[in-house]
Every structure is written in C-alpha cells, then in structure tokens.
Design a protein around this ligand. Sequence first.
Ligand code: GLN
Ligand code: ZN
Length: 757
Amino acid sequence: MTSTFTATVLGSPRIGPRRELKKAVESYWAGRLDASALDAVARDLRTQSWTDLRDAGIDSVPVNVFSYYDQMLDTAAMLGALPERVAGEPTALDRYFAAARGTATITPLEMTKWFDTNYHYLVPEITASTRFTLDPSKVLGEVAEAQALGIAPRPVLIGPVTFLLLSKATDFESSLLSRVGELLPLYAALLGLLVDAGVEWVQIDEPGLVADRTESEIATATAGEVYRALSALEHRPAILLASYFGDLGAALPTLARTGVEGLAIDLVAGDPETLAGIPELAGKHLVAGIVDGRNIWRNGLAESLTTLETLRESVGSVAVSTSCSLLHVPYSLESETGFDDALRSWLAFGSEKVREVTTLATGLRSGREAVAAELAQAAAAQATRAADPRLHDQAIRKRLATLRASDDGRSPAAERREVQAAVLPLPQLPTTTIGSYPQTTAIRVARAALRKGEIDEAEYVRRMRGEVADVIALQERLGLDVLVHGEPERNDMVQYFAEQLDGFFATSNGWVQSYGTRCVRPPILFGDVRRPQPMTVEWTSYAQSLTAKPVKGMLTGPVTILAWSFVRDDQPLSESADQVALAIRDETVDLEAAGAQVIQVDEPALRELLPLRAADQPAYLDWSVGAFRLATSGVADATAVHTHLCYSEFGEVIGAIAGLDADVTSIEAARSRMEILDDLNSVGFDLGVGPGVYDIHSPRVPSVEEIADSLRAALRAVPVERLWVNPDCGLKTRGRAEVEASLRNLVAATELVRAEL
Ligand code: GLN
Ligand code: ZN
C-alpha cells in the first residue's frame, strides 16, 4: 500500500528568486557561460526549491517542474517530438533551444498562451511521420538529484491527452488525439522506470480536460481509456492525476472510475460542490487545491478548513494543495519593501502560500486549536482589508452608476467616418504603426539610472523627449501618415498605467515567468481605481508639437490592464474593468482636449481572458466589450478611436471585435495570411481595419513586393475606404535598422498599390 501525503503544491516557480536562471540561460545563449556552468545554476535552484518545500513541511515534493524554457517543450523532448529541423544542432541542449527560439536558419516553434494565464508555452508540431520515442533522462535525473538530498520526489509529467490537445498537427487532417495509442507505451515504460527508481507517486497533469473544446467528449473518452490502461499496469508508482484552471465537468466521474490513486482538483477556479455527487471519489486520495496558485491574496484559512473538513467527510483521504503550480505567482513577499503594512498583510506570494498549505494540513490533521494563531492572523488581515477605505470610493462608484445609466455618446460608425474624414483628411490606405519603437540601449540605461537614483526625473524626461524627437523625425522621413510618439517612457504597457493609477500597487521584485527567460511584474489591483492626474498627455502633446502630421494618443485598454495584473477577488472582474475604463475614458477626453485627433486604446489581451468554458463566454464578452466602450465613448465623433489586437487566434471573440465599435482596428494578420479579414467579414464587420502586413516577431525585413501582395490580398476582402496599412504589432523588441528598412518597404508598397487603385 502506498503511503499518502498531507501537504503539497502542484509545481513551483523556476526562474529563480533573483531571476538567476534567466541570467544564466541568457549568458549561455550569448556564449558567456558553458553548458556545465548553466547546469550548475539550474541544479542549485532546484536544490533550493526542493529543500525549501521540505523544510516548510511539504511532505510530497514535486520534481521535474524545473525547465530551461518551457514544460511543453520538455515534454516534446521527452517524447522525441522536437521538430525535424533542429536535428542538425550539435547537442541536445542546442536542439532544445533551437526549437524554443530559433536560430539564424531555423524557425522556432510557435508560442501561445497556456490556458487563460499569461504564461506562454511552445506548441509542439506533430507530423504524420513523427515517431515518438522516450527520452526519460530529464525526469530520471531530477528524481535522482532529489533522492540524493534525502527528498522523496513526486515527478510531474504532462499527460498524453493534454500534450496532444495542445500540440499542432502540421501535415495531416485527423485529430491528434487519435495518436494517443502511440504515446501510451512510452508513458507505460516511463512509469516502470520511475517505480524502479523508487518513486512512490507520480503526478500526471491533464489541465486540457477542464476546457470545453470541440473535441471535449472525445478527450474525456480518450482520457478514460488512457488512465484505465495506465492504472491497470502492475509495475508503476501511484498516480496522482492533476487538473487545474477549472472544473473537470464530465471528465471527473470518468477519471474517478479508473484505477488512479489520486486526483488533484482546483477548488479555486472550480466549485467544491461538484465533488459531492461523485461516489467513485470515495476510494481516492483527493488533493484539494484550495490555496490559489494564480492570484496573490492571502487565504482565509478558517473557511478553507471548513471546506476541507467537509470534503474529508465525503471522500476520506484529503491532502491540502495549491490550485495549480506556483509558477504563476512571484517567489516571496520577503523581497518586497515598498508595500504598506496593511497591503502586505493581505497578500501571499509563493513561499507564503506554501505556509498556508502546511497550516491547513496541520489544522486538518490536528484540529483548529493547533493552528489557532494562524487562523486569527488571517482573519484579522481579512478584516482590515474589508474595512480599508481605499477599497470603496463612493465618488467613483457613483460616477460609474450615472454613466452606465446614460447612453454612450457616439453616433453610428458611418457618420463618424464622414466627420473624421472632413477634419482629418488622409490619403487612401493610410499608413501607421502600432505604437512602440525599438527600446534602445539608451532607453534602458536611462531607466536603470533613474531607478538607481543616478539621474533625476527631469534628466530622464529630457532623454526620453530626445527619443520621441528621433522617432518623430524617423516617421516623417519615412513618409508615414499617422505618427506615434514611440512609447520610450513605458517600461511596460500595463505597469506604466498601473503606476500612475490609485488602486494599484507595483511590486519591486514580483517577477513571474511569461515565457522562456522573459518575466513580467504584474501590478496588484487592490482598491478602487482613480486617476489622480493625466498620464500620457504631456508626451503626446510634445510629440505633436514636433510635427504637422497627426500623432496618435496611445493608451492601454481596461481588459488588458486587468489581464496583466493580479486582480482583486472581492468584487466581480466586470466591476474592476469598469473602474479602469473610467480612468482611461478621462485620459481620452484629456488627450482630445489637448488636440489629439486619433486615440488608440490597445486591447491585445481581449482573447486571453476569455473563459475556458463556452457557457461562461457570453457574459465575459458582454462586460469586456462594455468596458472598452465605456473607455472610448467619451470623445466626440470627430476623434478617431483606434484599437489594436494581437495573438493570432481570435476564434470566439471575432464577433466581439465589431462590438468594440472602434473606428479602426489594427490586428495581427501576417502569419495567418490575411484570413482574419474573411473572419471579420463573416460577422459583418464594417469598420476601419489595419491587418498587419508583416510579422514583427522576426528580424526579417519584408520586401516591397511581399507587402504589396499582402495589401492586394487585403483589398480583395476589404473596400479601400476601410483599409489601413500597418505592421502586426509594436516594434519595441526590434532593432532600429530593421525597423527602418521594413517601414521604408511598407511605405513603398503602399505607394505602389495606391497607384494601382
Ligand atoms: N501599443 C503597444 C506597442 O506598440 C501595443 C503592444 C501589444 O499589442 N502587445 O507596443
Ligand atoms: Zn500587438
């Protein structure tokens, strides 16, 4: 009989408390660190992470959650499914990184969002000729490493169903799930190797089953077969089947009927009530994900304990856990210095969450008295949070209620188009860019110097103005029609606004991995949102003072600001979205008053927050579109509202794009070869549109002919009066020279196509 455990987490952050892994990997890429030195950094980080968990009282430690880049890529490597084109690279590590980020001659795998989080995974490519083979070296290596430290490891694997659901079939039609039979023997062999290595429990992650997909019934049936087969194996560790980010729905009873020993369930995103009606759960070890792995609020503890006690009555064997991997939250509150005491007491980052898990496990095992002090502290923190005046600003709430009750002020789009054309005549096929220009070394140096106090605010502003002037001059030289100021003053398109709005706190070290070595520091939305003063007007006005061409005001929309922040959990997201929208609305009105004729409000994350289950999607689209309109309907008809959307697959949100009612929508299209325009046509979209004519994710300079061809293709789908010309996205990550060359070709291609009209 396997022993059960009482306290665990589903996974840990891996980038390092001081982003040590980021620095090491980037040094390796730059040739400044060799593979063995990189390995040493990685090993230290793993050791630290595992021993911290053990010392905190976690009695089942997850391993194989470390990654040099991404866990889906690790799984592809483990299953022999890296793309053919990396085969020529000299070492396994080089093949791995080539698949992740490409080389001069190799295109990397595509990257996309991991469920509804802001983490991006690499999408494995499976071809008809892919022959899966098992390479267990990484997972066995981590198992041995942990054992050498005296830690009993629980290796974590991505399950075969989720692996296939999230991969991409590149050259064959049938569902990838039909290939699960090829993976089963590999997983079976791996389970055998793990049990031989002395592993008691293995965690197999199947978050793919929480989403509705067209294939959801097939996925459930397939998962049922897979886990019946794997659990029927004699030579294997106990299996903990983990799901997160939502309810398993119909998949839960199916999985509970298989012979797996444990199920990890997300009780934060999912509803604990759904567990009650499933008698098959009675024999299982239930790993209750009650501590939120994705948001940063302190757990209520007392209430959680009640839920856990109830579960134990119906299920029997319960362990306490986080709802998902702690990959999605920063390491620890300890390195934060800027929070006031109240705010600090409301929060829990990674290591604080680990303590919550062990506290709850102790309470469950030994009774509430054993953790009375912790329960009291958590309750006291909750009480101060509920009473904090910053959370309820009546003036803001009243203004919102009044605005919601009134009609929004803009006339129908066709009328607006006429007014705008009269006040701001533009050539056919107007050219523009999405907002940011390359973030040069000078910009980064100035920002670092300001942070360290080496230069003052005035000097920083002086340098950034210089950057703005350069970018304006460049755009005039290139002959673009609608200019931008280039966003040099923005560290990040969300953080920049959050730092200026009341109701948000910025962290000093709250890094969260976004993809590969890229980390973000999401701000924390904790209170009612107020804009104490204009945020962008001076920059836009300064840029406008340098040119006779129109300069676009540039703002981030409410949905994106929320998507890339940690949000409050004490009111519906729709409520928070409207408050942010109100602040953005005030900014658009101020920009207009300062003379801006075009204002762009970016919503690249509109698709990202879309709920995983279809049933929840209409309500989301309703409030998110509503918030955008609230943010953009304060300006006159003569002011053109633009928006920008990216991340290729729009799917369910296509209809909502029309609902945004922006005068012009610039949208990522280059990689999908303008197909987005047909999708927009199919939902009756008849507003201005700027389908990206070249992919900015690569340093390649597109030729004039290539861009002209894209434009001709676009003109087959959209009448010329509605078509704009722009790149796919902002140019922040690109080099100055390639940007200049690409935009020169963009303008030339536009002139070529204009001549054909
Ligand atoms: N205006 C932003 C930029 O140009 C938009 C970025 C984005 O879409 N992610 O950088
Ligand atoms: Zn974009």
